[in-house]
Write a protein that binds this ligand. Structure first.
Ligand SMILES: Cc1ncc(COP(=O)(O)O)c(C=O)c1O
Length: 310
């Protein structure tokens, strides 16, 4: 049935689950599912967190008319802020390392967002520091959601993502897999899943080294640890190499028709490892991996032309 929406805001959530039958063909007794978060209107899992943080702040008065939303973001959260900012009439200013892909810059600017560049050598931690400095200088001008410390970020997943997964798979679910970026997805989902009477193993995915190519994920041992992160929420961490994440993203495109980003490749890679272990142990299982965004977000785009020249 076609959903009739009053606002783009209403298009967030209720994303589909897809059974991965081809890449998981060696583990027939273990269901492997991908939660397709690219089906959100901003194209990523971060729509949920961004919207929740804005809605919470509108409710409790931290975000009032005339204030500008400012935050640091490597991309997807920025797209989400930009989209909802445009739809809800909230100006948005993003602090982004200057080496972030041109596509990311172009996407957020398309919504009218202003970008402040931070030092590319300092990565996402440098962007966080610069955003904090700007807010400290003019605190009344800004609403600073700070996705790394805002409980709305995990709460969006506690009230949304995890509830949807449980509604779809119920008691069959045995494992949940998500990458660690701000850690909001894992923190919120694990909190909800651990409330179930049956044990559901929550496995976090982290890049195996500090310098990696799994955009969206953080190597926590070498990063500023997000305030929302609580290492006791998940059962274990699986470290995935950039190569394995990228290769799995390629396989998902070719074998499942799912063209996804590399952090999603890493999570599905981890999910298949878990499925193989369960199958080897002669058990049945049901694993859900979060697919955060689509692969075309990582293409170098053509310049956005106002006019075609024939
Ligand atoms: C592509 C991608 N993958 C994974 C993540 C991690 O999600 P979370 O921030 O909820 O830990 C993000 C978040 O920034 C992301 O943009």
């Amino acid at each position: 049935m076609t959903r009739r929406l009053a606002s783009v805001v209403d298009a967030v959530g209720n994303t589909p689950l897809l059974r991965l039958r081809h890449v998981a063909k060696d583990t027939p007794d273990v269901e492997v599912w991908a939660k397709l978060e690219f089906a959100n209107p901003g194209g990523s899992v971060k729509d949920r967190a961004a919207l929740r943080m804005i809605q919470d702040a509108l409710k409790d008065g931290r975000l009032t008319p005339g204030k500008t939303l400012i935050d640091s973001t490597s991309g997807n959260t920025g797209v989400a802020y930009s989209l909802f900012g445009a739809a809800m009439g909230i100006p948005v200013r993003l602090v982004i390392p200057s080496n972030v892909s041109q596509a990311r810059k172009d996407i957020v600017r398309a919504f009218g967002t202003e970008i402040v560049f931070s030092d590319p050598m300092e990565g996402s931690d440098g962007a966080i520091r610069l955003a904090r400095e700007l807010v400290a200088k003019e605190p009344d001008r800004y609403f600073y959601p700070d996705q790394y410390s805002n409980p709305g970020n995990p709460n969006a997943h506690y009230d949304g993502t995890a509830v949807e997964i449980l509604a779809a798979l119920g008691d069959r679910l045995t494992h949940f897999v998500a990458g660690l970026g701000t850690t909001g997805t894992m923190m919120g989902c694990a909190r909800r899943l651990k409330e179930q009477s049956r044990p559901i193993e929550c496995v976090a995915v982290e890049p195996d080294e500090a310098l990696h190519g799994l955009e969206g994920l953080k190597h926590l041992p070498s990063s500023l640890v997000p305030a929302i992160y609580d290492a006791s929420r998940h059962d274990r961490i699986l470290r995935v190499t950039t190569e394995d994440g990228w290769d799995m993203a390629d396989r998902l495109a070719r074998e499942e028709g799912l063209h996804v980003g590399h952090s999603s490749g890493a999570s599905v890679f981890a999910a298949l490892q878990i499925a193989a272990d369960v199958q080897k142990g002669g058990r049945r299982g049901c694993v859900v991996a979060i697919v955060c965004d689509r692969g075309d977000r990582y293409f170098a785009p053509m310049k956005w032309e106002r006019r075609y020249v024939w």
